[in-house]
Design a protein around this ligand. Structure first.
Ligand SMILES: [Zn+2]
Length: 344
């Protein structure tokens, strides 16, 4: 079969690899029908040291169950399934406590002998705990939005929950990438009244406004935080959703929260320290967040997608085939595309 391999910064190739196959009785073999390139795939795309063996890529996909191991109970051959961006058993103590991303028997796609999602097929470990069966046909018009449940929409929702968004709250979303745009959807969905989107790409902020952003701030750094305070009666936002992970965006996020407010972080941190430790302490600002337990959110968000109340699939502004994947990385990296969907 064919799959995407990254050999180093800027070096993504689609190559023939050994066919995916069942190994454990808890596995499902899934033929991928839709996959996506993630903003987090761009970190290695910019920084990965050269590697002889390379690294299999992709963690967002929908596909058809081709075969299941003897212990798999909740799906059968022919079912259409969506995969959250990590796999988990759904039964260990941490899964039951709602942090499937820290599952004691879980792991990531593309490592330890598990295929990546940007390929023709994936062996999905812990299939019962991981995959969610979709009640639609494989080429349903809702496919782009359903695919966002793998990661970006679930991650935007996590930012909003971590940031304690609720009815009547003022929210600042830092970042206009796919996750930031989904965080706007999530904030409105949870009843936020004012949603300030911090971003500077005209096409992205325009989509953010269609998703329900009430204000847009194009400044960066301390100037951006100053603008957020101006827009919130001088106090800052109740909930700040950090959807980038850079040092500067984190600084902006922490500076934009009002006393007693919350910063929900879902951008993969690129630095080991959190700035503003003293000022956030004195202002009682909570700093929370982390990787989204997407598995827990897929079932919660699915009815809203199926019934058309949210349309996160609009973040996909480019569609390609598996052969287009290397160019898709380039396009996202150069901000030509917000997010690329791959049809197989
Ligand atoms: Zn678990």
């Amino acid at each position: 079969m064919r799959a995407t391999i990254m050999y180093g910064a800027g070096d993504v190739r689609v190559e023939t690899v050994p066919d995916a196959r069942l190994v454990e009785p808890t596995d499902a073999l899934v033929t991928v029908t839709r996959a996506a390139i993630c903003g987090s795939d761009l970190w290695p795309y910019n920084q990965m040291p050269p590697s002889e063996s390379g690294r299999r890529m992709g963690h967002e996909f929908i596909g058809v169950v081709e075969d299941v191991g003897d212990d798999v109970r909740t799906m059968k051959t022919g079912d259409l399934v969506v995969a959250p961006f990590v796999w988990s058993d759904g039964t260990c103590v941490l899964c039951r406590e709602g942090v499937q991303t820290s599952c004691l028997h879980g792991g990531r796609y593309g490592s330890d002998g598990v295929d990546g999602g940007q390929g023709e097929a994936v062996r999905v470990p812990q299939a019962d705990g991981t995959l969610v069966v979709l009640p639609v046909e494989r080429d349903d018009a809702l496919m782009p939005s359903l695919l966002t449940l793998s990661d970006v929409m679930s991650t935007g929702h996590h930012a909003a929950l971590a940031g304690r968004v609720g009815p009547g709250k003022t929210v600042a979303v830092v970042g206009d990438g796919a996750v930031g745009l989904c965080a706007v959807i999530a904030a409105r969905r949870l009843g936020a009244e004012q949603v300030i989107l911090l971003g500077r790409h005209p096409d992205r902020v325009a989509l953010g406004e269609e998703f329900g952003a009430t204000d847009v701030v194009g400044e960066r750094g301390e100037e951006a935080a100053e603008r957020v305070r101006e827009l919130t009666g001088g106090l800052g936002a109740h909930s700040v959703l950090e959807c980038v992970g850079h040092g500067e965006s984190t600084l902006t996020a922490l500076g934009s929260a009002r006393p007693g407010g919350t910063v929900g972080r879902v951008g993969l941190p690129q630095e080991d320290t959190i700035p503003h430790a003293v000022s956030t302490f004195f202002a009682n600002i909570a700093i929370t967040g982390g990787p989204a337990p997407a598995r827990a959110y897929i079932e919660e968000l699915l009815p809203d997608v199926l019934e058309g109340r949210i349309e996160p699939g609009r973040v996909f502004d480019r569609v390609g085939t598996l052969d287009d994947v290397p160019n898709g990385y380039r396009a996202m990296n150069e901000r030509e595309a917000i997010k690329v969907m791959i049809e197989l």
